[in-house]
Design a protein around this ligand. Sequence first.
Ligand SMILES: [Zn+2]
Length: 543
Amino acid sequence: MQRPHSQMPEASSHLGGSLLGALLISACTGNPRTEPACDVVIISIDTVRADALTFEDRKVSPHLCDLAERGVIFDQAIAGSSWTLPSHAELFTGLPPILHGVHDDGRRIDPLHATLGERLGALGMHTAGVFSGWFLAGAYGFGRGFDSYRCALTDEPAADQALANALDAGGTEALWARDMRGFASHLDVSSDRVVELAEQAILEAPDDQRLALFVHFFDPHHDFIPPSPFDTHFDPEYEGEMTGEGYWNNPSIFDPTLDSGRIVSDRDLQHLRALYQGEIAWVDDRIGDLMATLEAAGRMENTLFIVLSDHGEEFFEHGNRGHRQTLYDEVLRVPLLVVPPRSSKSETGPLHSTRQVALCDLLPTIMDYVGSPAPEGCWGRTLRPLVEGRDRPARAVVSHLGLGAAHGSRAPLRILESYRSEEYKLIRRLQWGADPLGPQLEAIEWFDLTADPGEEVPIQSGERAQIAETWAVAEAEFEALRRFAAQLPHSPVDELTTDVTRIFMHELAGLGYGGNELDAPEPENRWPVRPGPALPLPPVLPR
Ligand SMILES: [Zn+2]
């Protein structure tokens, strides 16, 4: 018997009582009677750093290399944060994290901010989404506006077994849900199910309706456990003991009690990189099947394709592993491929754009191609001129990361903010004290990206003038963001806070499990929604 995979979209419940929201969405989405000009396929591959997927290395991604020959590869695509939830909220709203405010596990997308599904659905497109990492859950707002938004997370036999084990051990469904969160984040291998559900969505789309398909793959996120033959694809000679299972807590990789932290040898780290690369190759293999289904359905030619990742992954470039800890380029710079509709294979290979672009540019790009240029309420700008070989002015990217306090904890909040031009990057760490004090500056780093692309040499004492100059232009950008934020509608923070375990159980309820509401109170949420006040550069630079 098949369990229902489909999730009801969240749109109606979120928007039901909000006249302002409805007005905003109506204003943002344009005239719903305009016939959309093309199909749209958006493929998000989680946790892929730019150098791990170039779209030109056939050993890694033969299917995406084929696709790239019709499109433009963006060499400087920058995410607005270094983890899944805020980066995907950026993709879905056209707003960088500093503006959409989805900064921690318990915050959902503001219902007053129109999303991808709502905007494309309002144009009359058939909208379908498939996701496989639980930060993409419909309850965070990602399902809004979709005709179907399916969860490919956690295969049913594994979930059945885990639930039986939990109940046998005297546990509860809530505890089981927490265990399954860990399983789904690390050990689940889901790309086959993603493609199966995406193919189902393609076949369901009415022939006479334009399709907008969002597909999210999670497998390159740790643990690094690619299926055969991808487990030996990039390091066949390896004879050591290291595996990618239990990566995050493996004491032979990293010991958080040590100053240096790192334990893993160069050779074993090389093997872990090979396993990570194997995960990306495995996802490309699955994308090959997805492309064949699109071709058979006649949905390949007049289709805008966007392939991206939400953030990268650190392999000890700055002393740590994983992501969601820093704003260096290994976690912010991501692969991005845009293939315009009706494009043909280039004689000279894929085209490249070296302009810096942001993930919040993708929603305006999509709206431009379907025939609804310049959508309101977006900070991002269309990439169409760059795709068509025209230039556009360089634009800085501001990224944001909340640090140091678990959701609901009373520990001081810390926030990292980066300002990245095409030439340099400023990173500052703030402590968010009691309200009257506002943010306190704790540290600054400044990098010359041309001379030091690895961001290895931070502030030099002689560079103060240069830092002051960057600080001034960065503050001007922050001021522009504050002005933009003041124009955006914002729901009260209380209405945006949600319990993470409840979200996960809601998602599993779509698989036929659980669905019990928990008794736990909603956690306190103190993350600021809007950009903070202006900060002067202090006379002595904090290190
Ligand atoms: Zn992610």
